[in-house]
Design a protein around this ligand. Structure first.
Ligand code: PBG
Ligand code: ZN
Length: 323
């Protein structure tokens, strides 16, 4: 009988052996959980398009955040639905805005949980675009001061990390400068540096009521066909002072995560977005897939591709499974 000279199966014999040689792993401390904040008090309303997630008022968000912290999850990222919207998204910049209130409530309730805020105008503008709209165009340089003001306002409320998601050119530099000028030199910038114009954001836009009223976001978000451009975006944001670089969506762009990982030495985040999540939820509800195994495989793939941390709506479920 002939014997193979190499036997990879030898290391697959038991769970202990497999764990011993595992190359990537997922733990709750690598995960960030999104929260959607609404005005008022005692509001906890299911979000139809993102099953298992809720619209929360600041008090309820603080309660949810305490649970998330107890599960060992690294942090929360906050998205806001304001009392009203206008052309300039002014409720996003107000020190008594929904996000600002929720940040202080969560900081008061939690000891260690990281509080991250999404910095963008689309949830606060009447037209639903991520920047100032004039004559049917998004005006890059007029948007920058508003984003900077929003970031400073979030930092003042107590955000540890601000995460600009608008895709305006030069915004990381503008935000860093404004934070430093306001003495928030330690506030971290997690830049959505590589953000594609994706149909995978559909359920989020319903949840955040942030779909553009006219046109689309292809004039500022990236073309899904491009990967060299991702390296350029990542480089520009690093040069402007970003502390962490994000790629978004995650699963359809694992090659992009890998490519950025190989050229960029900053920590990388990946956003496992609402459409990725909702597809898994819908299929598991029908019994077509094993949710726990699928989610673990997806999150492992994102880590294997090169992401240090993952923003995911699965975070609470995953943390429950690994307890
Ligand atoms: C706001 C923003 C979006 C998401 C995060 N921040 C939506 C968009 O750009 O249209 C998407 C998150 C998700 O789908 O889970 N700019
Ligand atoms: Zn936006």
């Amino acid at each position: 009988m002939s014997h193979p000279s190499e036997r990879p199966r030898r290391l697959r014999q038991t769970a202990r052996l497999r764990a011993l040689v595992r190359e990537s792993d997922v733990t709750p401390e690598r995960l960030v959980y999104p929260l959607f904040i609404v005005p008022g008090a005692a509001v906890r309303k299911p979000i139809p398009s993102i099953e298992g997630c809720f619209h929360l008022s600041a008090d309820e968000a603080a309660r949810e955040a305490r649970e998330v912290e107890a599960q060992g999850i690294a942090g929360v990222i906050l998205f806001g639905l304001p009392e009203f919207k206008d052309e300039r998204g002014s409720r996003g910049l107000a020190d008594d805005g929904v996000i600002q209130n929720a940040v202080s409530a969560i900081r008061a309730a939690c000891r260690e949980l990281l509080v991250i805020t999404d910095v963008c105008l689309c949830e606060y503008t009447s037209h639903g675009h991520c920047g100032i709209l004039e004559g049917g165009r998004i005006i890059n340089d007029k948007t920058l001061p508003l984003l900077a003001e929003m970031a400073v306002s979030h930092a003042r409320a107590g955000a540890h990390v601000v995460a600009p998601s608008d895709m305006m050119d030069g915004r990381v530099g503008a935000i860093r400068q404004a934070l430093d000028d306001a003495s928030f030199t330690d506030t971290v910038i997690l830049s959505y540096a590589v953000k594609y114009a994706s149909a995978f954001y559909g359920p989020f836009r319903e949840a955040a009521d942030s779909a553009p009223q006219v046109g689309d976001r292809r004039g500022y978000q990236m073309d899904p066909a491009n990967v060299r451009e991702a390296l350029r975006e990542a480089r520009l944001d690093v040069e402007q002072g970003a502390d962490v670089i994000m790629i978004k969506p995650a699963l359809p762009y694992l090659d992009v995560i890998r490519a950025v990982r190989e050229t960029c030495h900053h920590p990388l985040a990946a956003f496992n977005v609402s459409g990725e999540y909702s597809m898994v939820k819908a299929a598991s509800k029908r019994g077509w897939i094993d949710e726990q195994r699928i989610v673990t495989e997806i999150l492992t793939s994102i880590r294997r591709a090169g992401a240090d941390l993952v923003i995911t709506y699965h975070a609470k479920d995953f943390a429950r499974w690994v307890r």
